[in-house]
Design a protein around this ligand. Structure first.
Ligand SMILES: [Zn+2]
Length: 232
């Protein structure tokens, strides 16, 4: 490996390390946002489940009230039976009482079923509450852990940026602007190692004279993808 190649490899390594650090710095807020989204989703689920429970209780209460009203009606019909003026009237009242009893029996079944559903819904709410609590805790823990790493990552970033500046001195001034454009476009993959006489970024085979030039420490770019090449 020529001196230039070793220096370029070092520069490439530094760029890759900087990329890793920056990924961590940028990835943290993204991953926090994803966790916050889970929390919001759980909150919405819980709110919807609570609204549904409220509606279920209301409907059950209405049925119970209806049952009581019907029972009162049956009582008053029974009282009327004693005052019936004719057999015909007696039969009409009796059949009304029967019809109301049937209606009440249906209502009773419905009330029992709704109480079961209310129980199931209450359990679901409990489960959702636990899930929400654990999502909130997970989000909080992740946030705290990430925030703790920020100062260290920022230090690493600054150190790597300074080291990259130093390492860039191996690139002749005439090629510096070209190199900077590559970094702006491709960041850590602005440079590419030559592996088995091919560019490791785009796998294009290099011409023999390019290999020779690289061997003597010249700065060469891949003719296909434009990366700054170095031989390892
Ligand atoms: Zn290439």
């Amino acid at each position: 490996m020529s001196t230039t190649a070793a220096e370029l490899k070092e520069l490439h390594d530094l760029h890759q390390k900087l990329h890793e650090v920056q990924e961590k710095l940028e990835g943290g807020p993204r991953r926090i946002a994803a966790r916050e989204q889970i929390v919001s989703k759980k909150e919405a689920e819980l709110e919807a489940a609570r609204a549904k429970l409220k509606q279920m209780k209301l409907s059950s209460d209405q049925k119970s009230l209806q049952l009581k009203t019907n029972e009162a009606k049956i009582d008053s019909l029974k009282a009327k039976l004693n005052e019936a003026a004719s057999n015909r009237e007696y039969e009409i009242i009796t059949s009304q009482i029967e019809a109301d009893k049937v209606a009440n029996s249906v209502l009773e079944d419905e009330i029992l079923a709704s109480l079961d559903s209310i129980d199931v819904q209450a359990k679901l709410i409990e489960k959702l509450q636990q899930e929400l609590e654990s999502a909130v805790a997970d989000c909080k823990r992740f946030k705290a852990e990430f925030e703790e790493t920020i100062p260290g990552l920022k230090d690493d970033e600054a150190q790597l940026q300074a080291a990259i500046k130093d390492a860039e001195s191996c690139i002749p001034a005439s090629e510096r602007a070209h190199y900077q454009r590559l970094v702006a476009a491709h960041a850590s993959s602005a440079l590419a190692a030559v592996e088995e006489n091919a560019c490791s970024e785009c796998y294009t085979m290099l011409e023999a004279n390019t290999i020779v030039e690289l061997n003597v420490g010249k700065i060469r770019f891949c003719r296909s993808c434009g990366r700054l090449l170095y031989r390892v």
